[in-house]
Design a protein around this ligand. Structure first.
Ligand code: HAM
Length: 445
């Protein structure tokens, strides 16, 4: 991805007017995905769609913006996302809107609004798209980034937690990610978490002097977030803090134990990390993250958890649910780091080269016909030399080329060339399309 800085030194000069126009660059942290990169994105998404389909998930597409209130109530007022990171604006009608910083609240809004739960007790949804957070851009952290968000709505049972985690584990495996670690925790529910929170606050108050300024604010607003502060002195405080496991109520304890035993049964290795509290307020019970240590500071490739209270928080009936979101940029960065990027594309399709301007209309007609038959096909639109056209055909990895010269055309002939073997022969122009449709296309040899 190409990330643009705000200032440009590049100038366009109009020779007549001698006006200097500053080139407008993209927004920092919102990179372009260039043509040479988009194939990897498409591949990533195609694999995700295939695996999600196997688990019974259906795609939903919600708008990129929602009423601000949805995220404030859903994600939680004291969270970093709501306090510092939302792209919020007033539209021309005076309404406060926000570019979605995550997808879960939007999905639950749509789930309610369209009564998606009416037909089935367990609704499985996924959404692929850009999210927006005004964070400080750095490696692996963007202001516009892409998530593959997956939600299973309607069941409180631990079997769903296990299946959701197994699906994520499976998908990361199909993509070919290696060296990934799964961290798991239970953060309790409204029955048992208040007592833990109180014990934690009492402890943290006693160590206030060792906490960073941000954690002083967290202590007042969202104290459990101190547990994942990256500042070393705060981490020391967190290391000795009371842990949630001692406070879990019996139903939460049982739920967590069942999730873990199902993961064991599926041979999905995991580590209980009692400091995994996550950055959004809606979580209850199971929380999890898949981490890739090679990515440095921004090492979470996916994260999620159960959120049995979110739907109520945004005005609906009690609706248990669990899900996760994958950071697409971080998956691609992981694959790049382990050099598992997809191989160069195979040689496919046909390049129609022309010699002489008179041959162009017939070449264009041939190419259109080939495309309509489902073949990948191109023709030179820039009247380049034959050598230049053949170079282009090679560069764009065309399997065959058809050469049309004005003399040949007059005889109703064309030359068909196999770009891999170099073999070529003449054939009647009228037979070219039929012949190409029958020839092996996707093979490299
Ligand atoms: P999250 O942990 O905020 O969870 O984000 C999920 C993933 O999105 C992260 O693990 C990371 O890979 C990626 N991500 C987050 N922020 C950025 C960023 N600024 N730049 C690049 N990648 C980023 C959620 O969003 C929840 N809605 C997940 C969920 C779904 N929980 C339940 N259902």
């Amino acid at each position: 991805m190409r990330n643009a800085g705000r200032h440009s030194t590049f100038e366009i000069r109009d020779s007549k007017l001698l006006e200097v126009v500053q080139l407008i660059k993209g927004v920092r942290g919102a990179p372009d995905i260039l043509p040479e990169e988009s194939g990897r994105w498409q591949g990533l998404e195609a694999v995700a769609r295939d695996v999600l389909d196997r688990y019974g998930y259906a795609e939903i597409r919600t708008p990129a913006f929602e009423r601000t209130e949805l995220f404030v109530r859903g994600i939680g007022e004291g969270t970093d996302i709501v306090e510092k990171e939302m792209y919020t604006f007033e539209d021309r009608g005076g309404e406060s809107l926000t570019l979605r910083p995550e997808a879960t609240a939007s999905l639950m809004r749509a789930y309610m609004e369209h009564s998606l739960g009416a037909k089935s007790s367990l609704v499985k949804l996924y959404l692929i798209g850009p999210m927006f957070r005004h964070e400080r851009p750095q490696s692996g952290r963007f202001r516009q980034f892409h998530q593959i968000d997956v939600e299973a709505v309607g069941s409180p049972g631990p079997a769903v937690d296990a299946e959701v985690i197994a699906l994520l584990h499976h998908l990361l495996g199909v993509w070919g990610l290696t060296g990934i670690r799964l961290d798991l925790n239970s953060i309790g529910d409204p029955v048992c978490r208040p007592a833990y929170r109180q014990a934690f606050v009492t402890y943290a108050e006693a160590h206030r002097n060792a906490l960073c300024p941000d954690c002083h604010v967290r202590l007042a607003k969202n104290p459990l977030r101190i547990l994942d502060c990256k500042v070393p002195t705060c981490q020391e405080v967190a290391a000795e803090a009371p842990t949630i496991s001692a406070y879990l109520c019996e139903p939460c304890r049982e739920h967590f134990a069942t999730v873990r035993s199902l993961l064991d049964c599926l041979k999905i290795e995991h580590r209980v990390n009692e400091r995994l509290v996550r950055g959004l307020d809606y979580y209850t019970r199971t929380t999890f993250e898949f981490l890739n240590p090679v990515l440095g500071a921004q090492n979470a490739v996916a994260g999620g958890g159960r959120y049995d209270g979110l739907v109520q928080e945004i005005g609906g009936p009690p609706t248990p649910a669990i899900g996760f979101a994958i950071g697409a940029e971080r998956i691609l960065a992981s694959l790049e780091a382990q050099e598992a990027a997809p191989e160069a594309p195979a040689y496919t399709g046909v390049y129609v080269a022309t010699v002489g301007a008179e041959a162009f209309p017939a070449a264009l007609d041939l190419v259109q016909g080939l495309r309509k038959r489902g073949l990948r096909a191109a023709v030179d639109l820039e009247a380049r030399s034959l050598k230049g056209q053949m170079r282009q055909a090679n560069k764009d990895r065309y399997r065959y080329s058809v050469i049309l010269g004005s003399d040949e055309l007059a005889r109703g002939q064309a030359t068909l060339k196999d770009m891999l073997s170099g073999e070529q022969h003449a054939l009647p122009l009228g037979e070219v399309a039929d012949r190409l449709t029958r020839l092996p296309d996707r093979e490299n040899a």
